[in-house]
Write a protein that binds this ligand. Structure first.
Ligand code: NAD
Length: 487
């Protein structure tokens, strides 16, 4: 691999190794080959990274937002120039097909740096508040040292979606990628430094569930932004709450995608396939409960089966490949166990359901799988599978499907396919979720807020709204007259 990072951590503008840290390997999910050997951060490395971020923060915050933005924009340009090599690295890290990474990963990271670099000069302004002869004003100030903790499905995008608004607002960051996908964030840190981000402003350290708490509990950390599962979110939010730190939680989902009988059926099938098979189904906002109106169920399933079986599964570095492996052997075992539960609990297997026989070797592949006749109480309809497994449920009435769509403690996303405009808006209005799509699915451009409700999390990434989560208001009251004290 040409783009291999040269050490485990990136701290204070340079690569750092500490052999004392627990050794772990980065594995290419398509073959099972070891592609890098790394070390988790020791407490000394955690201290070094946080100290660098703390030292760099005041000077970074003192720059004008325009000057910070100019540097972030340069980083965006470098990421775009190196899209091919970064996409290949992302494919090595995750196993996702190059066909996807080349359009969805580094480019969406570049969008984040371009967007937040661009809006920083205007979006960080405060207010002037007239109070008769007195007045007040507000300033939007950075929080300080922020910690980002990433999941393994979009390692580069997650590093950029957290880093860009944090840095634009004048914070510094220590980012810990998932132990499954350690490589991409290091390259992002390297590029930021090359673009002119001062040393210590964006640092990356490696580690797992034992390392994360060292960051979350550190007294010099002001904010923690996690992308991960709901159980991890509970632990991280509880730890952060014990220190009253700011938190953003981007957690899991079991999102409903509702297809009414007047929908453009081919678009709805396309949306459902993208919302279940993209990134081998390892997307938090996936529409994994596909509610299809009973009147169109047979047509929907027949066409879906043909299109699913035509998908090309295989070598992720082949530009033609549409479905790559899952991220790890453990994730494949988990997904296969859910498929077995689906069969055992009485769902009808329409297609897939196992390991593809067209793929040779030791990669962690699972066939694109569709279950029909799924009922609300089945395990596969209740729990996040995080694999290429689509569950199709039937419904008859709008009222009924809304109630069933909301009958989950999660609320990340949802979607509706219908040609009835009033119904589309009426239904999305009642779905309890942070992001909803009408007649499309899973599009998350940087301009729109993204995040969950209920147990899918809180806080928002992307859009102007993200800056609110990386800054706070400081209010200044200015007295213009004499102080009229009663004593
Ligand atoms: P995970 O919860 O296992 O791990 C996430 C990160 O948290 C990893 O970096 C891990 O090392 C770290 N971690 C684990 N325990 C920790 C602790 N106690 N303290 C601090 N850090 C800790 O999640 P995963 O398996 O890597 O990712 C898949 C999950 O992420 C899915 O549930 C998915 O829905 C979710 N996800 C959500 C979004 C979103 O934006 N809402 C995006 C992508 C993935």
């Amino acid at each position: 691999m040409k783009t291999q990072p040269t050490a485990s951590h990136f701290i204070d503008g340079e690569y750092v190794e500490d052999q004392q840290g627990t050794a772990f390997e980065s594995i290419y999910p398509a073959t099972g080959d070891v592609i890098a050997k790394l070390h988790a951060a020791t407490p000394a490395i955690v201290e070094k990274a946080i100290a660098a971020a703390k030292r760099a923060q005041p000077e970074w915050a003192a720059m004008s937002p325009t000057a910070r933005g100019r540097i972030l924009k340069r980083a965006a340009d470098l990421i775009r120039e190196r899209n091919r090599e970064l996409s290949e690295l992302e494919t090595y890290d995750t196993g996702k097909p190059i066909q996807e990474t080349i359009v969805a990963d580094p480019t969406s990271g570049a969008d984040a740096f371009e967007f937040f670099g661009g809006i920083a000069p205007a979006a960080l302004n405060g207010d002037y508040i007239p109070l008769g002869s007195d007045f007040a004003y507000t300033k939007r100030v950075p929080l300080g040292v922020c910690v980002g903790i990433g999941a393994w499905n979009y390692p580069q995008q997650i590093a950029c979606w957290k880093g860009a608004p944090a840095l634009a607002a004048g914070n510094t960051m220590v980012f810990k990628p998932s132990e499954n996908t350690p490589l991409g964030a290091l390259k992002i840190a390297e590029i930021l430094t090359e673009a002119g981000v001062p040393k210590g402003v964006f640092n990356v350290i490696q580690g797992d569930r034992d390392t994360g708490p060292l960051l979350v509990n550190h007294p010099d950390v002001a904010k923690v932004s996690l992308t991960g599962s709901v159980p991890t979110g509970r632990k991280v939010a509880a730890a952060a709450a014990s220190h009253l730190k700011h938190v953003t939680m981007e957690l899991g989902g079991k999102s409903p995608l509702i297809v009414f009988d007047d929908a453009d059926i081919d678009s709805a099938i396309g949306g459902a396939m993208l919302g279940n098979f993209y990134s081998s189904g390892q997307v938090c906002s996936n529409g994994t409960r596909v509610f299809v109106h009973r009147k169109i169920k047979d047509t929907f399933l027949a066409k879906l089966k043909v299109r699913t079986e035509a998908m090309s599964v295989g070598d992720p570095m082949n530009e033609e490949t549409q479905l790559g492996p899952l991220v790890s052997l453990a994730q494949r075992e988990k997904v296969l166990a859910y498929i077995e539960k689906g069969k055992a609990e009485g769902a009808t297997l329409i297609t897939g359901g196992g390991i593809p026989n067209t793929v040779s070797g030791t990669g962690y592949y699972v066939q694109p799988t569709v279950f029909a006749d799924v009922t609300d109480d089945m395990t596969i309809a209740r729990e996040e599978i995080f694999g290429p497994v689509m569950c199709v449920l039937d419904f008859d009435s709008e009222e009924d499907v809304i109630a069933r769509a909301n009958a989950t403690e999660l609320g990340l996303a949802g979607g509706v396919f219908t040609s009835d405009l009033s119904r589309a808006h009426r239904v999305v209005d009642q779905i309890q979720a942070g992001t909803l799509w009408i007649n499309t699915y899973n599009l998350c451009p940087v301009e729109i807020p993204f995040g969950g409700s209920k147990q899918s999390g809180f806080g928002r990434e992307n859009s102007v709204a993200a800056l609110d989560h990386y800054s706070e208001l400081k209010t200044v009251y200015v007295g213009m007259g004499k102080v009229d004290a009663p004593y």
